[in-house]
Design a protein around this ligand. Structure first.
Ligand code: ADP
Ligand code: TPW
Length: 590
């Protein structure tokens, strides 16, 4: 704001700070973050944090600026998921804070570790509600939406504040944390040596939680008794980074498994024990189900109802459940958990493997052949049916013919990170595009939230330096589309593919009154999203056939240039809300 000279923090300023006898709030926050291995901040500058962003950059932190705080927040959240370190989002007061809050709440819901740090206005004025610039009691508002929320008022407490924020974000069930830093704090000074001593390097921020032996035995006995066992892997398992142990458990026991969306690739989707293509068969038929880092929420139909073989939507199917989770309170949240195994996934899976070895050695009985054969039959049939659909080449292009290309591109580039949002664009991508490596699929998660696209894409490229492919419904893309400027500004190797079918879900609705407004789900027809990125120097491509899409995606991966492909999809393709049409309430009165 204002018209004063642009401020630049020079290397000599930094050196001066290092040598000076006093330090201040700005530098203590930066030093505390650095001391704890945090190297990147995602944010958006303004009063009172503009200088902070300059100083952080000068001090060697990577500061990635966004065009809207929600995208910076989503970036921080997914950086947390990908690195097991809390992702940091930095915002200005009131409106900036609120813009970041959706991402904080979403991170908490998804168990992603992140810290939202917001500058805030003067406490005395806020508390007396005297109308300060961007006045808001941010701490009170953040509290119900995250794991913990704190405010630091004194420079000497910054070390403790950052340490607690880090611990809260990554220990136990990971989640979002809010840290309120009033403007006045940044300018407070203190003796540099005392300041240095006040900082805390957090020791063992996410302590292992070793499961009790009797809980391990209970789980093992239940698993052994199973005639039709099934393992479900969730994104907690992907987050835990115990890929080898999980693979070993699955292969040693021979139990078929289902990966939840963001657990795809933990084992390659082409693994012979994957039951993904027989999901609707295995859920109701399984007799013992072991959940590893997955909750029995709506995404798993709450563990009951017809999906699980129950008679009506509230009836249990009669399965017995083993659940591995770090949160003891997760147990019995929807149905009875017969063998809760509480601890971190690494420790739990290792303990199970050790118990299997000492119980059965190499003689662990694989599941009965009838179960495996029945699954294989369904799976092969469904895969063959899908192959037929994918081989078709209709005009205009539809989701299947376009995703057949994406499927090949990911197969050829298994290290690329796939970001995915939309309704049909999400559901079809999840089921058609096989993943081969862990933590390569990032999507709308537990809430099914639109708007994660460009924030996730930026963070994935920044923390991994790997190519990123974002498959976006045209509506979904709109929530964060302005960040294509951010992709270009940082020259990130991101290829955005907008599946453009002229609207939310589809582009075919009509206004029943015949009036001039289009229907609520319809967008401008034939929009050219590719032109958006060209405005910022990126590569824009208009693709109307699978061949054009393939050529453009291959080129994007090769060049590593920020690219946006406007992939024109049949506007009649797709269904209302994708796979979850039934969640729409139906009107009793037509
Ligand atoms: P999905 O959506 O893939 O089914 P969820 O987000 O519902 O997965 O579940 C993830 C679960 O993983 C949460 O219940 C969380 O407590 C758990 N979790 C996360 N990290 C760990 C870990 N390191 N050890 C054990 N459980 C974990
Ligand atoms: C924050 C509701 C779910 S899916 C979707 C919306 C608006 C967009 C679907 O259209 P799109 O995909 O992206 O063009 P496709 O392939 O079906 O054509 N606001 C938020 N989150 C959600 N989930 C919605 C609205 C919604």
């Amino acid at each position: 704001m204002g018209t004063s000279e642009p401020q630049v923090v020079t290397a000599s300023d930094v050196q001066q700070h290092a040598q000076s006898q006093v330090t201040d709030g700005f530098h203590l926050v930066i030093d505390a973050l650095k001391l704890n291995g945090i190297d990147t901040i995602f944010g958006l500058p303004g009063i009172p944090i503009t200088d902070f962003t300059r100083m952080a950059q000068a001090a060697g932190l990577r500061v990635i600026s966004f065009r809207h705080e929600q995208n910076a927040g989503n970036a921080a959240a997914i950086a947390g998921f990908l690195t097991q370190k809390p992702g940091i989002c930095l915002t200005v007061s009131a409106p900036g804070f609120l813009n970041g809050l959706t991402a904080l709440a979403n991170a908490t819901t998804n168990c992603f570790p992140m810290i939202l740090i917001s500058g805030s206005s003067e406490r005395e004025i806020v508390d007396l509600q005297q109308g300060d610039y961007e006045e808001m009691d941010q701490l009170a508002i953040a509290k119900p939406l995250c794991k913990s929320a704190w405010r630091v008022l004194h420079a000497e407490d910054i070390g403790v504040g950052i340490a607690r924020a880090i611990r809260a974000a990554v220990s136990g069930r990971p989640g979002g944390v809010y840290l309120d830093l009033p403007a006045k704090l940044f300018a407070q000074t203190m003796d540099a040596e005392a300041g240095r001593k006040s900082l805390i390097k957090v020791v063992d921020p996410a302590p292992r939680q070793i499961p009790a032996q009797d809980a391990v035995q209970r789980a093992l006995e239940l698993l052994k008794s199973a005639k039709r066992p099934l393992i479900i892997l969730g994104k907690g398992a992907a987050y835990a980074r115990t890929d080898a142990e999980i693979r070993s458990l699955i292969e040693k026991t021979g139990i078929p498994y289902l990966p939840m969306s963001m657990a795809k690739g933990l084992l390659p989707d082409t693994h012979e024990q994957s039951a993904s293509a027989a999901r609707s068969y295995v859920l109701p038929e399984a007799d013992v189900v072991m959940l590893i880092g997955a909750r029995l929420n709506w995404l798993l139909s709450h563990g009951k109802g017809k999906t699980w073989g129950g008679k009506s939507h509230k009836d249990w199917g009669g399965q017995k459940f083993i659940q591995i989770d770090i949160s003891p309170q997760e147990m019995d949240s929807n149905v009875r958990i017969d063998a809760p195994l509480v601890g971190d996934i690494g420790s739990c899976v290792s303990a199970l493997l050790a118990a299997i070895d000492s119980n059965a050695g190499s003689n662990w009985a694989k599941p009965p052949a009838e179960w495996l054969t029945a699954i294989a039959e369904r799976r092969n049939k469904n895969i063959a049916k899908m192959a037929e659909t994918l081989a078709k080449n209709p005009t205009p292009m539809n989701f299947h013919s376009a995703l057949n290309v994406v499927r090949d591109i990911i197969k050829a580039n298994p290290d690329a990170i796939l970001v995915n949002e939309g309704a049909n664009a999400l559901d079809f991508t999840r089921s058609i595009v096989d993943m081969y490596r862990p933590r390569k699929r990032l999507d709308v998660g537990t809430w099914g939230v639109m708007g994660i696209g460009m924030g996730f894409a930026v963070a994935a490229a920044v923390v991994s330096r790997l190519p990123v492919i974002a498959i976006e419904g045209d509506s979904a893309f709109g929530f964060s589309g302005m960040e294509v400027e951010t992709l270009c500004r940082y020259d990130l190797p991101v290829c955005v593919v907008v599946f453009n079918n002229n609207g939310v879900y589809r582009g075919t609705d009509v206004n029943p009154t015949g009036g001039p407004d289009v229907a609520p789900t319809v967008f401008v027809k034939g929009a050219r999203y590719d032109k958006l990125i060209e405005a910022f120097g990126g590569v824009g491509v208009h693709a109307t056939t699978p061949a054009e899409l393939r050529k453009a995606m291959e080129q994007a991966i090769r060049s590593r240039k920020p690219t946006l492909i406007n992939a024109v999809i049949d506007e009649t393709a797709g269904t209302e809300s994708g796979r979850i049409t039934s969640l729409n309430p139906s009107a009793k009165k037509k």
